[in-house]
Design a protein around this ligand. Structure first.
Ligand code: FMN
Length: 308
């Protein structure tokens, strides 16, 4: 609930209550600690952690970030402390938070995913698990699970049995038909969906004849991908009954409204945190102001109201 009278920004997804629909996206907010030095992150609806895998990973070699027109490319890979490191180093901090904590999980094999999800979803501070089957930046980052609808359904079904909290499956935009993959996740038992992950891309320095990223290719994010993301949220909303968390290039409160009208129950903010560490809190304030200006008392009323 917003602190402003008569303005209700709260949303509920799979029984989990969020103070507002603004969640920071995986990989752009670490585990929250660094951003807590900039503002009170409890004012956010929630935070989503960097992708955690069974074992600790170093990620890809540098350079692994490149600026592009209206966006950025990254090939960070799944640099993370591993499940045990996460529980030892990050859970104590996350336990003290008063916003929703969503743990993003990735893996190399079905067994790895199930192992990590079982351990992570057992943590009291974790209120939801986001399954990353769509990381384009590592050979074994889960992308192999996220392309074909049959594999999306299979991994979702397997993981769901080990997940003690609501399971959010994060979809890749690098697929033939997003609606098919969304339905596959729903059939596999996903409680909700999030989309989109980054769009495959690359940057080249023609003078050196070299790719800019050491990994050669990477994932595009930021405002450049917003129209793609909106279309996919819209198509997914038509295809499934479960709630959707939308993301891709959000930088303003108007962007949030657009995603909600397209069908999202909440949104995630990714690259904007990298351009401006205070993007999350600024958007929380902007959203309340925009609702006031537009006489919207309840943000939930917007979801799926697009008239075509
Ligand atoms: C540097 C960076 C690291 C990311 N790492 C992850 C990750 O570990 N797991 C994941 O599911 N998504 C990851 N993503 C994807 C974002 O969570 C988000 O889906 C994508 O960036 C689109 O949103 P945006 O345009 O607001 O950034 C990462 C994105 C960036 C820019």
């Amino acid at each position: 609930m917003s602190e402003e009278k008569n303005i209700d920004t709260s949303v509920e997804i799979c029984g989990v209550k969020f103070r507002n629909p603004i969640i920071t996206a995986s990989g752009t907010f670490g585990f929250g600690k660094e951003y807590a030095e900039f503002y009170d992150i409890n004012k956010l609806g929630g935070i989503c952690t960097k992708g955690v895998t069974k074992e600790r990973r170093e990620g890809n070699p540098s350079p692994r970030i490149a600026e592009t027109p209206m966006g950025m490319l990254n090939s960070v890979g799944l640099q993370n402390p591993g499940v045990d490191g996460f529980i030892r180093e990050d859970v104590p901090f996350l336990e003290k938070l008063d916003c929703v904590v969503i743990a993003n999980v990735a893996g190399r094999t079905e067994e790895d995913y199930c192992y990590a999800v079982e351990k992570i979803s057992a943590c009291k501070c974790v209120k939801m698990v986001e399954l990353n089957i769509s990381c384009p930046n590592v050979k074994a980052g889960g992308m192999a699970f996220g392309v074909l609808p049959e594999s999306v359904e299979k991994i979702t079904r397997a993981v769901k049995k080990h997940c003690a909290k609501p399971l959010m499956v994060k979809l890749s935009p690098n697929v033939a038909n997003i609606a098919d993959n969304a339905r596959a996740a729903e059939n596999g038992g996903a409680d909700c969906l999030s989309l989109i992950n980054t769009v495959g891309g690359m940057a080249i320095n023609w003078r050196t004849r070299k790719p800019v990223l050491a990994n050669v290719c990477g994932g595009l994010s930021g405002p450049a991908i917003k129209p793609i993301a909106l279309k996919m949220v819209y198509e997914t909303h038509k295809a499934v009954k479960i709630p959707i968390v939308g993301m891709g290039g959000i930088t303003t409160a108007d962007d949030i409204m657009e995603f909600m009208v397209a069908g999202a129950a909440a949104v995630q903010i990714g690259s904007a945190n990298i351009f401006d560490p205070c993007a999350g809190i600024n958007l929380v304030n902007e959203l309340t102001n925009l609702m006031k200006r537009c006489n919207i008392n309840n943000v939930r009323e917007l979801t799926g109201t697009l008239s075509v």
